[in-house]
Write a new protein. Structure first.
Length: 144
């Protein structure tokens, strides 16, 4: 049986050349750099709905504000409404009204569930756009 050939050593005349070939690595880095530069120059497109100021119909429409307080306190344009009649009142307001927007103003003491319940009632009454605003109520809360 024959023995395998001995490995070349540093002292032998046929030593291997261990030079690092940098050219393919630079090619890959250059391609990556070009790709990153090309993707950074792309612009993102966002679909934004801007308000129209030239339409006089929207300027004359009074916004409807639904105030939500704690323990079932609801007011539409600062008029207190019982919880049971809120849907009927909003339905009467938005029937035949072309502008189906409402601003829901939740008091700091109102829970998220109460505010979301008011938004659901407004959506059921035909409101299409709901704006949310958080600040303290301007009307005093009734004692219960």
């Amino acid at each position: 049986m024959a023995l395998p050939a001995p490995l070349p050593t540093a002292s032998s005349s046929s030593s291997l050349n261990a030079d690092l070939n940098v050219t393919p690595m630079l090619d890959v880095l250059l391609v990556l750099l070009i790709m990153f530069m090309a993707t950074l120059t792309k612009r993102m497109v966002l679909d934004v709905q801007l308000p129209e100021t030239s339409n006089p119909v929207h300027a004359s429409v009074v916004p409807i504000v639904l105030e939500v307080g704690p323990r079932g306190y609801y007011a539409v344009n600062q008029r207190v409404i019982a919880t049971d009649s809120l849907h009927a009142r909003l339905n009467a307001i938005y029937t035949g009204r072309p502008d189906k927007r409402i601003i829901v103003r939740g008091a700091r003491t109102a829970t998220y569930q109460e505010v979301l319940h008011a938004m659901d009632i407004a959506r059921g009454a035909g409101v299409r756009v709901i704006g949310a605003e958080t600040r303290s109520l301007s009307a005093p809360l009734p004692a219960r």
